[in-house]
Design a protein around this ligand. Structure first.
Ligand code: MTE
Ligand code: HPA
Ligand code: MOS
Length: 771
């Protein structure tokens, strides 16, 4: 089935926040963010701004009618700063004016005196100062302390990954419309309507039932709107509540880039020990997560780093510790993979370090250590593994030996261009790591004309979940998909939703839709069985008709629906689904947190221009574990998009904060994302169809996040291309591998520095990549 949004998308008719017709009298908000990253507010001067044309009101923390707090996991994030500011861009005041432009003009006239405090941007520095947001956590399997003795080889090192800007095409925003008796209707570009509802309830002081959050779709979220849509919605709602006028705020790109958190940068230490057969005997990792100035989702992201710290490998002795480090950056947040990619990068770096030191291909170590069914993850769950089959199938269908041969031949004859190859296995757990979030509800109404309305807690953000929900309803009801309409996601129709995240949206909400439709079908079957005077067990529905045994009857869908209505049988159902059998005990760091895992292997091929340091990704060839895809086109889109986003993170996207905590890469002129010219020239996806039961909807495994991690292969492929040019290159594990870093590595910057005529001491220092 094609994506139900394709027609309106192509025609520009799909409705996003900024397309909602604005009610007359609507006011526009704009936030004034802290100009410094850390300090104490001495004086806030609003007088000039208040006198600006169109300004209706400027709100500060003093105006907050409820609790000045929006922190979800830890209450450490005020809606508006009181006395302290903790990051550049932290909202201090909210201007409400007659127009968008007037609100922004007034923001520029606000001045604030801040006594600066020391700024921390580095997570290791934060950890040394005990600036931790939650207690450190350690996952353990076996005993690394004694295991080192069994190792023939031990290597250690550090591995760093930078942040990543979400760059959803639609920026953050909200539109709050006051309703009678203090109610508020909120349109919000959020992955988590209930998260917005809670944040608004808390900060306004209204009960949740007064707040209807309604979401039609997002122009992308990628995790950036799992929690961080709350701020803007709460500000608009507060203003609407106080002024009894509709208030809208849609952030400009630069506001969005400067004020919202990103993927967490991590700095990590690793130690890996192998035996003579290159089996990994022991692995230790310490992760320093750069959480930013408030908890946001960092504790959960950190947990997923630990869950995925061994990627697809079975390692009998593991000790992995993670620190959630408070720094003076905007609070970092969910981003596709949710900490998993950061954990996987480190184990891949460790394997690569071992391989390079031993002079073997990393793929030999990778293959030797892939997990098998029954192997225990460090958190206690046993694998139902597709690792070997994905890996082997990738080698076979893509003829890895041929590829290797071609690359070797190319590199033998080419001096200025070198090719590199890397394999990237992926194993990603599906479920919210917070067990209680694994629940969902659906509301299905069959109308008397036979059309069907479905509401769920799922938010469409381009990933195609609404299409999948329609497929589930149409399939279970045995009707054409055109009869099914998916309604916007509203907290009045579906309560207490988990955000659309963790790749689990289609599974959780789809199962609820399946349950609701099954209940309705059972009632309809009883109606027709009674009419036909036959047993319900003999009744089936197929292609909109009732069958009695094999015999097609003249009972068609609308007739059936009308008969049920006439008999006063309910044509509506609300169903609740909770993922069975998952549990986790954080005091022991053991349990069974995931419904299942998604596996895959990618082969990534790159070519480096060794004169310029620029590169191209020639191909990404994947074997991906779909289970049984219920929508191969939608799923292909997810895989292609995930791969490109992963490659962007690993290669060109470079978030730069200066020492003062100011974002320097604050626009698309300074922050480079993959464009059509830099996507891989070839992406081939070979499905691994797994027939056995899993807990996915219709056995169609979750696909949203796992493919991002195939992109990690691009980093290691580039590294191999550089080493093909300069085998003596010393390349720190420090992603992204930008063209600048490639160039420095190609010519071993330490050697170059001495001879560069223009290099004064200062530029030499700034060039130093491997101190
Ligand atoms: N695809 C598109 N087009 N836009 C998005 O914002 N978000 C990703 C992924 N794919 C995203 C996307 C993230 S972070 C997640 S968790 C999943 O989609 C969420 O949707 P799902 O649970 O339906 O897979
Ligand atoms: N993924 C995404 N969001 C989450 C998770 C998760 O595992 N846990 C809590 N929020
Ligand atoms: Mo996705 S990072 O779980 O929104």
């Amino acid at each position: 089935m094609k994506n139900i949004d394709s027609r309106t998308h192509v025609r520009g008719e799909s409705i996003y926040l900024d397309d909602i017709p604005v009610i007359r009298g609507t006011l526009f908000g704009a936030a004034f963010g802290s100009p410094v990253a850390h300090g104490v507010i001495r004086h806030l001067d609003l007088t000039v701004a208040e006198a600006m044309p169109g300004v209706v009101r400027i709100l500060t923390y003093k105006d907050v009618t409820g609790e000045n707090q929006i922190g979800g996991i830890v209450p450490d994030e005020p809606l508006l700063a009181e006395h302290h500011v903790h990051y550049c861009g932290m909202p201090i005041a909210f201007v409400v004016a007659a127009t968008d432009d007037e609100a922004r003009a007034a923001v520029k006239k606000i001045s604030v005196d801040i006594d600066p405090l020391p700024v921390i941007t580095d997570p290791r520095e934060a950890q040394a100062l005990d600036e931790l947001i939650i207690r450190p956590r350690t996952f353990r399997l076996g005993d690394t302390a004694t295991a080192w003795e069994q190792c023939a080889y031990i290597f250690d090192g550090t591995a760093d990954t930078n942040g990543q800007e979400h760059l959803y095409i639609e920026t953050q925003g909200a539109y709050a419309v006051p309703q009678e008796n203090n109610g508020i209707k909120l349109y919000s570009s959020t992955q988590g309507p209930t998260a917005v509802q809670r944040a608004v309830a808390r900060s306004s002081g209204l009960p949740m039932h007064q707040i209807d959050v309604d979401v039609t779709r997002l122009g992308g979220g990628f995790g950036g709107k799992e929690d961080q849509a709350n701020m803007w919605a709460a500000l608009c709602a507060l203003a609407a509540h106080i002024l009894r006028k509709p208030v809208k705020y849609a952030l400009h790109r630069m506001e969005d880039m400067a004020m919202t958190g990103k993927r967490h940068p991590y700095s990590s230490d690793f130690k890996i020990g192998l035996d003579n057969d290159l089996k990994i005997v022991a692995y230790e990792a310490t992760f320093y997560q750069n959480a930013g100035a408030a908890a946001d989702l960092s504790p959960a992201v950190m947990e997923r780093t630990l869950f995925h710290c061994t990627n697809s490998y079975f390692i009998p002795n593991v000790t992995a510790t993670a620190y959630c480090c408070r720094t003076n950056l905007p609070p970092n947040t969910a981003f596709r993979g949710f900490g998993g990619p950061q954990g996987m990068f480190v184990i891949e770096a460790a394997i690569t370090k071992a391989a390079e030191s031993l002079g073997v291909d990393a793929a030999i170590i990778q293959a030797q250590n892939l997990n098998k069914t029954g192997d225990e993850f460090p958190y206690g769950q046993k694998a139902v593994s597709e690792s070997h089959i994905c890996w082997n199938k990738a080698q076979d269908v893509y003829e890895i030996d041929v590829i290797r041969g071609q690359i070797a031949a190319f590199n033998d004859t080419s001096t200025l261009y070198k090719k590199g190859l890397a394999l990237m296995p992926v194993c990603f757990g599906i479920s919210f790591t917070n067990t209680r979030m694994n629940q969902a509800r659906a509301l299905v109404h069959v109308y008397t004309d036979g059309s069907v309305g479905v509401s769920t807690g799922a938010v469409e953000m381009g990933q195609g979940v609404n299409t999948k929900m329609v497929q589930v309803a149409a399939h279970v009801l045995s009707i054409q998909s055109e009869r099914v309409k998916l309604h916007s996601t509203s907290t009045y129709r579906i309560a207490n939703t988990s955000p659309s995240a963790a790749s689990a949206t289609a599974d959780l909400n789809g199962k609820a839709v399946e349950m609701a439709c099954t209940s309705i079908i059972q009632r309809l079957k009883a109606v027709v069985a009674e009419e036909l005077q036959v047993s319900v067990d003999e009744i089936t529905l197929k292609d909109e008709f009732v069958y009695w045994g094999d015999k097609k009857t003249d009972w068609y869908w609308q007739r059936l629906v009308m008969a049920a209505y006439t008999k006063r049988v309910s044509l509506s159902e609300h169903a609740h689904y909770a993922t069975p059998d998952i549990h986790y005990d954080a005091t022991k760091e053991k349990g069974h947190p995931f419904a299942y895992h998604v596996y895959g292997t990618a082969i990534v091929e790159v070519t480096v221009d060794c004169l310029r340091g620029t590169y191209e990704v020639d191909a990404v060839k994947v074997v991906h574990d779909f289970g049984v895809s219920m929508n191969p086109l939608v799923d292909r889109g997810q895989i292609e998009g995930g791969i490109v986003q992963g490659i962007g993170w690993m290669t060109m996207e470079e978030v730069v904060f200066d020492k003062a905590g100011r974002l320097r890469s604050n626009a698309l002129s300074t922050y480079k994302v993959p464009d059509i010219y830099s996507v891989p020239k070839q992406i081939i996806i070979e499905p691994l169809k797994t027939e056995q039961d899993n807990q996915a909807i219709f056995r169609s495994k979750a696909v949203g996040e796992p493919p991002l991690m195939y992109g990690i292969g691009a980093y290691f492929a580039l590294r191999n291309a550089v080493l093909a040019f300069n085998p003596a290159a010393t390349i720190p594990f420090d992603a992204p591998m930008t063209p600048e870093k490639v160039l420095l590595a190609l010519y071993n910057v330490n050697a170059i520095r001495r001879t560069m005529p223009f290099a004064n001491d200062q530029t030499a220092n700034s060039l130093e990549i491997n101190p």
